[in-house]
Design a protein around this ligand. Structure first.
Ligand SMILES: Nc1nc2c(ncn2[C@@H]2O[C@H](COP(=O)(O)OP(=O)(O)OP(=O)(O)O)[C@@H](O)[C@H]2O)c(=O)[nH]1
Length: 775
């Protein structure tokens, strides 16, 4: 037996789902619903609880098997017809007479199963001596017999026939009701749950329809459970799902379709319409490794190779021709090109050029870039830059890249590494050739014959021209006069300019152009679509505006957090727990990566999608948000902007001082046993401006409280360059020479830290308290 769902186990044991869940509770096994999974070991434990019941069920089955066989034996010689209606065999002869045709039909539909032994018992009890009832319990035959007066043998001589008949009628009615209830209960417990799909909200009336009930019946049923809801009341999905469970119906939420995707659903392209399209390339790398210089060199080499018009204007994306083959470069910060766009579901880049300075090697942002590119599933080409420098060491770069699963081709791997110099232009041509080669291998195609769709690369409001957007056509051909819509912005394209500043009328796949004519400034990363008419474009934009408003009102979409991890695992929503790890030193990052990844089990895989050294940045939050990850920080703090961004994006950021605590928390969260704990509440920040030494006291940090406040009971941490160097209590809090209880923002104060004197000017001090939070 492997894992199984509760309802399957209940079915196997022949018990109701609810009973089973109650039983589970009694041995400390919690389950959310009868769709929850139970492990093999747990299933065995539960089965053991039911052993007597299970045995009984077995016995019952045996009895059932035996009963018809026995009756068959008895009936066979007499009645051939009796075999066809076994369920009626057990009925006492004179009861059968009272059944009208309809009743018989109903019973005929019913399964014989459990009713039989019960009826047998009853019959035997009632008529220990009734030989004919036992022998020939066939409806028709018994009827005939009665008519012929043969049944008279059965009557007890002293009982008034009318009374007897009434008594038997009553008995039979009670018996039938009992049987019906039994059958219904068994049917409900044994049937596989029905799965139905509903929207995020539903009225009681609509839910009743989904459940196949009358609205008024559902209202009554809810009332009995203490839920006073009128028939038009709106239920959220979770409440509806809980109600439906009682009716053995599992509800699933309808996937909300993107309005754009619905309106502008993409048709399959005819193979013959597909044409090769230029690759879209983004350049990424660590600061100062030469991204800008490399892009300039590429653009310059392109210009000097005879581009008419010469000057390339900056529009965030441009196309260069390499031996007649175009390549489109996105001149946007790499992370944004990936992450912001990915957050909106658009994937626009095909290839990432990772610039690594030959004299500097792999640096934190290089790693970040690698992880972003990998997460987006984009091909990486490495440009080892600054080869003109005497200290250039390309082998070291290749060596360092191995750690990130990028093994250079000349070392037997798959990663193309091109040594270049943006300064001397050496290797630039080879790099461009390689890009073309990779693009060819990828067989990038699009259909220029259809209406265009693509992505907004950047957009701003120009005083004279109104909203201006640089767009990248991904498929189809964009034309002046096309009605387009991009998020809440819509309009008719008034004018189009290419990357060389020339007016154009058309732009095909992978072409970047600047467009005028939108009603407002769209967001970078938004998709754009060409509509049937300006009216349709406006209508779509309006429905998007309405939807955005609705979404604003609704809660921000749920992101994973350690607190609700277990319920997400249980409901089957969570198959992978993505984690971004930031720590003070590389050693910790690795230690955490290994320890956490080891926690993976068969239900959920723990995946570290990015690990880096230093404070938690906005880019980390962006990656976490796009990948539905949580962030774990060791001895590091989030930058203020990152903190605000994480709050906004509802990204769970967990900060630890000890690796073990993080492992413990993730383990507990995976088991749904995260203890209710204390959460820290930041009280304020101060900057260390001057240090004083005092004998017997130690170092006094002369601080200026920037925001919030410091209290005598505050706990504090000292942060130097984003790294926590101390965390502990205050030894004293002074204003001038006096001990004070509290110092507010805008005032100076003297701080002495308990058992810590290594404070430096320029350090930041964060004051916080621990507050108990109920989970
Ligand atoms: N010797 C040498 N210097 C280079 C080369 N490429 C870039 N540099 C220098 O390295 C410095 C950084 O170059 P940028 O192109 O600004 O680097 P970047 O990666 O774009 O930097 P940010 O935009 O700040 O992220 C500049 O001083 C360049 O002149 C090269 O191939 N050789």
């Amino acid at each position: 037996m492997s894992k199984m769902r509760i309802y399957e186990l209940a079915k196997q044991l022949g018990v109701a789902n609810k009973d089973l869940m109650e039983k589970m509770k009694s041995i400390g096994l919690e389950a959310n619903s009868h769709m929850s999974m139970v492990s093999e070991a747990d299933a065995e434990k539960i089965t053991a609880l039911y052993q007597p019941a299970a045995q009984k069920a077995e016995e019952k089955k045996e009895e059932k098997k035996a009963a018809p066989a026995q009756q068959k034996k008895q009936n066979a010689p007499k009645q051939e017809a009796s075999r066809q209606k076994p369920q009626e065999k057990q009925k006492p002869q004179d009861r059968q007479e009272k059944k009208d045709g309809q009743e018989q039909k109903n019973r005929g539909d019913r399964k014989p199963q459990d009713s039989r032994p019960a009826q047998n018992n009853q019959n035997q009890k009632n008529r220990p001596n009734n030989q004919s009832a036992q022998n020939g319990q066939n409806n028709q035959n018994q009827g005939k017999k009665d008519k012929k007066g043969k049944g008279k043998k059965d009557q007890k001589p002293r009982e008034n026939p009318m009374e007897r008949r009434r008594r038997e009628m009553e008995e039979e009615a009670a018996l039938m009701a009992e049987l019906e209830a039994l059958e219904a209960a068994e049917k409900a417990a044994n049937a596989d749950p029905v799965i139905k799909t509903i929207p995020a909200t539903i009225s009681v009336k609509e839910l009743a329809e989904v459940l196949g009930k009358k609205g008024s019946d559902l209202v009554m049923a809810l009332m009995k459970k203490g839920q006073m809801l009128n028939i038009n009341a709106t239920l959220d999905f979770d409440s509806a799902a809980a109600i439906a469970e009682d009716y053995n119906v599992i509800l699933e939420k309808e996937e909300e379709k993107d309005i754009m995707e619905t309106v502008f659903a993409e048709e399959e392209d005819d193979e013959k319409d597909l044409q090769e399209r230029p690759p879209v390339v983004v350049v990424m790398g660590h600061v100062d490794h030469g991204k800008t210089s490399l892009l300039d060199a590429i653009r310059h080499s392109n210009v000097t190779k005879g581009e008419a018009g010469g000057i390339t204007q900056h529009i965030g994306a441009y196309t260069v021709q390499i031996d007649g083959k175009p390549i489109t470069f996105l001149d946007t910060p790499g992370h944004e090109a990936f992450t912001a766009m990915r957050m909106r579901g658009a994937q626009i880049t095909d290839i990432a050029v990772l610039v690594v300075a030959a004299d500097d090697g792999v640096m934190p942002q290089t790693v970040e870039a690698i992880n972003h590119a990998k997460a987006a599933g984009v091909e990486i080409i490495v440009a080892i830059n600054k080869m003109d420098k005497p200290s250039a060491n390309p082998d070291r770069v290749k060596q360092e890249l191995v750690e990130y699963e990028l093994l250079a081709e000349d070392w037997g791997g798959q990663t193309i590494c091109v040594p270049v110099s943006a300064a001397t232009k050496e290797g630039i041509d080879t790099l461009l050739e390689m890009i073309t080669l990779v693009a060819e291998m990828k067989e990038l195609k699009a259909n220029p014959k259809k209406k265009a769709r693509g992505a907004i690369v950047e957009a701003q409001l120009d005083k004279g021209r109104g909203p201006v957007a640089t767009v990248l056509v991904q498929n189809g051909t964009l034309q002046v006069g096309d009605p387009i819509v991009a998020g809440a912005a819509y309009g008719k394209i008034r004018a189009m300019t290419d990357d060389k500043g020339r007016r154009v009328k058309k732009a095909g796949p992978s072409t970047p152009v600047e467009i005028l004519g939108l009603s407002e400034v769209p967001s970078a990363g938004d998709s754009f679509y060409v509509a049937e008419s300006e009216k349709q474009a406006r209508q779509v934009a309006e429905s998007i505006i309405a939807k955005n408003r609705e979404n604003l009102i609704k809660e921000t979409p749920q992101k994973v957090s350690l607190d609700d991890l277990f319920s997400q695992i249980q409901s089957g929503n969570m198959k992978e727990l993505n984690i971004v790890v930031k720590a003070d030193v590389q050693g910790s990052v690795e230690a955490v990566r290994q320890s956490l990844e080891r926690l993976s089990n068969e239900e959920v895989r723990v995946r570290i999608i990015h690990g880096g050294v230093g404070a938690i940045t906005e880019s980390d939050v962006m990656l976490a948000s796009a990948s539905n990850a949580i962030i774990i920080g060791f001895n590091v703090r989030p930058e203020p902007a990152a903190k605000a961004f994480a709050d906004e994006e509802k990204v769970d950021v967990r900060l630890y001082r000890v690796i073990y605590n993080a492992i413990e928390d993730v383990t507990a969260a995976m088991k749904g046993m995260l203890d209710p704990v204390f959460e820290e509440q930041v009280q304020g920040h101060a900057e260390v401006r001057q240090l004083f030494k005092a004998s017997g006291v130690g170092t006094i940090a002369g601080c200026y409280v920037k925001d919030g406040k410091f209290t005598r009971s505050s706990q504090v941490r000292i942060i130097r360059d984003g790294i926590v160097v101390y965390e502990g209590d205050l030894e004293s809090l002074k204003r001038f020479k006096d001990d004070v209880k509290e110092v507010a923002a805008g005032y100076e104060c003297g701080l002495v830290f308990k058992k810590f004197n290594d404070v430096k000017e320029g350090d930041w001090v964060e004051a916080f308290t621990m507050v108990e939070v109920p989970r």
